[in-house]
Design a protein around this ligand. Structure first.
Ligand SMILES: [Zn+2]
Length: 431
């Protein structure tokens, strides 16, 4: 569809619903869906169910029973809403996570107040990603109002636990078939990646704990024992001398932002060795012991061009090398979690549709990016086997998880317009 009056109508309708968009965003922010522990999931699903039922959606509340963190105190509730069109056609699904991360320090606004100041709505989750969720709802409702005769279907989901891996949210729903290519054909995740960017996917992640061993002895005679912390020091030296330079030299064709994440990276997440730390009010002195165990957790992010066997093998080869050359060195490696990289093809229909509408609405070509960290696309890709999926939303990436997080009202309006025009491209029969 390329007729100007229809586009003007879309713009006018979205603008006329600005107050509704603002109050919807504020309502969502005021439900404190903190994760951990996973608060108020039922409450936010019920709120969304009331809203979307009024707009003609069939809604389903689904508890991810038995997933990590799910309990009667903190049940993992999700909502899927679907509205059928008038003719057969594809289904466009907007997926937003409803959970938000801890508040943290440094706020000057009420994190669950939803204050509106100078065109910005403040609160934990405003940017990541309740503003994106509200935008997709307003877009879907506006599209339905303007083009009630559409083909196919629109789905909107609000899912739990994205911030802790998505196992009680999108992963669970994908396992139940809610993201199968038979049911859904296009997925847009309104994560905060900036309104002028299409996010194609994310790097992989491999998390593991490495433990070195020693032998306890009196600290005055360390030669009678074996210090596990010194062994770990040797591990870290190997990493510094060999692994880090090798990772830094590797680059990717993935358009990862920020640019520093365009090579392989590894964070040392924690180090624990020797006696457990005492509470801050403990006034005793440490006993004199040689530590017999030291543990680190590594967080290795890898590129689409690397395969997981090599990622693992590179670390274990260094550890095995130490085992062969260093006296009494032994280690254990325990894998904690693995997420493979996910990248949607640039030629995929949902990529092309949203990119072209970004250019038409904002007047400049869309930027294609990939995310340094993972998000729920991994489950839609690996479990759902659905490849036509992007992240596209109005929030500013750098504000996510920060104090005084906000969402810009104009950014939501622009994004909503792009979403409506995307729905027009996909769900209106081309004349
Ligand atoms: Zn998010």
């Amino acid at each position: 569809m390329d007729d100007q009056p229809a586009f003007e109508q879309i713009t006018a309708l979205i603008r006329s619903r600005e107050a509704d968009l603002i109050s919807l965003t504020q309502d969502l922010i005021r439900i404190p869906t903190l994760n951990p522990p996973g608060d108020c999931y039922r409450e936010i699903c019920e709120y969304l169910a009331r809203r979307l039922t009024q707009s003609g959606f069939e809604t389903e509340l689904i508890r991810a029973v038995g997933t990590p963190g799910d309990s009667d105190t903190y049940p993992r509730w999700n909502i899927i809403a679907r509205r059928e069109g008038c003719h057969p056609g594809p289904c466009v699904h907007f997926n937003s996570h409803t959970d938000v991360v801890e508040v943290g320090n440094g706020w000057t606004k009420d994190p669950f107040g939803g204050a509106l100041e100078d065109g910005k709505i403040y609160g934990r989750g405003a940017c990541d990603m309740k503003g994106g969720l509200a935008t997709s709802i307003i877009a879907a409702e506006a599209f339905i109002a303007l083009f009630p005769d559409y083909s196919g279907a629109i789905e909107i989901s609000g899912t739990a636990d994205e911030e802790s891996g998505g196992y009680g949210g999108v992963a669970y729903l994908a396992e139940q078939g809610y993201f199968s290519p038979q049911r859904v054909q296009h997925v847009i995740i309104p994560e905060p990646l900036n309104k002028d960017r299409v996010c194609l996917g994310h790097r992989g992640g491999w998390w593991a704990e490495i433990e070195t061993f020693g032998e306890i002895a009196h600290g005055s005679m360390p030669f009678l024992g074996d210090c596990a912390v010194r062994h770990m020091g040797a591990v870290l030296t190997e990493f510094e001398d060999k692994l880090y330079p090798a990772m830094a030299a590797r680059t990717t064709d993935m358009p990862v932002v920020p640019e520093g994440a365009r090579s392989s990276t590894m964070n040392i997440n924690s180090v624990h060795g020797g006696q457990p730390e005492q509470p801050a009010d403990y006034t005793g002195l440490p006993a004199h012991c040689v530590p017999d165990s030291c543990r680190i957790v590594i967080d290795r992010r890898f590129l689409a061009e690397e395969n997981i066997a090599d990622v693992r093998g590179e670390v274990t080869a260094l550890l095995d090398g130490l085992k062969a050359t260093r006296d009494k060195f032994d280690y254990d490696l325990r894998e904690i979690n693995l997420v493979l990289p996910s990248m949607t093809d640039r030629a995929a229909p949902v990529v092309q549709v949203i990119a072209s509408q970004i250019e038409k609405v904002l007047g400049k070509p869309a930027e294609f990016v990939a995310s340094p960290g993972t998000y729920d696309q991994k489950h839609i890709d690996r479990i759902g086997k659905l490849k036509n999926c992007i992240a596209y939303g109005p929030g500013i990436l750098e504000l996510a998880h920060k104090p005084d997080e906000y969402i810009g009202v104009q950014d939501m309006i622009d994004s909503a317009e792009i979403m409506v025009r995307g729905l027009v491209d996909i769900l209106l029969p081309q004349s």
